[in-house]
Design a protein around this ligand. Structure first.
Ligand code: CU
Length: 134
């Protein structure tokens, strides 16, 4: 039993603790996404940047395709409350290379969006009254 603890349990515990430390040690500062309204697809990245933004109601958001291939923006308020869902129709918007698309969101809520062509491209707009201005 002692051998089991010394050669099996303790090494596993050590590995677990050291991996936790590694994860903590490699964490980067969280970027400030308050009041950002520009979401860019840079060339070859297959991702929206930033992925998550936090804005006030009435913000006009802009998606820009700086890539050399087509993307297709789909956005909905489906995870928000009933009033938001009723008042914010879903967006289905082709984003050819070099184009931009603007869309105003007037109601508080959570708006996931993604690219209909590349399912690894996703993001989220969080709309809240209480966004502190920088
Ligand atoms: Cu895409």
């Amino acid at each position: 039993m002692n051998l089991l603890v010394r050669f099996v349990f303790l090494p596993i515990l050590f590995l677990l603790l050291s991996s936790i430390t590694l994860v903590k040690g490699s964490s980067k500062p969280v970027p400030d996404v308050r009041n950002l309204n520009l979401i860019v697809v840079e060339k070859g990245t297959l991702s929206f940047s930033p992925k998550v933004v936090l804005v006030k109601p009435g913000t006009v958001l802009t998606w820009v395709n700086q890539d050399i291939q087509d993307h297709f923006l789909m956005l909905s308020s489906a995870t928000s409350n009933e009033k938001t869902i009723a008042n914010e129709p879903p967006v289905n918007q082709p984003l050819p290379p070099g184009t931009r698309f603007q869309h105003k969101i007037s109601h508080t809520g959570i708006y996931p969006f993604f690219c209909a062509i590349h399912n690894q491209m996703w993001g989220m707009i969080m709309v809240d009254e209480n966004v502190v201005t920088n």
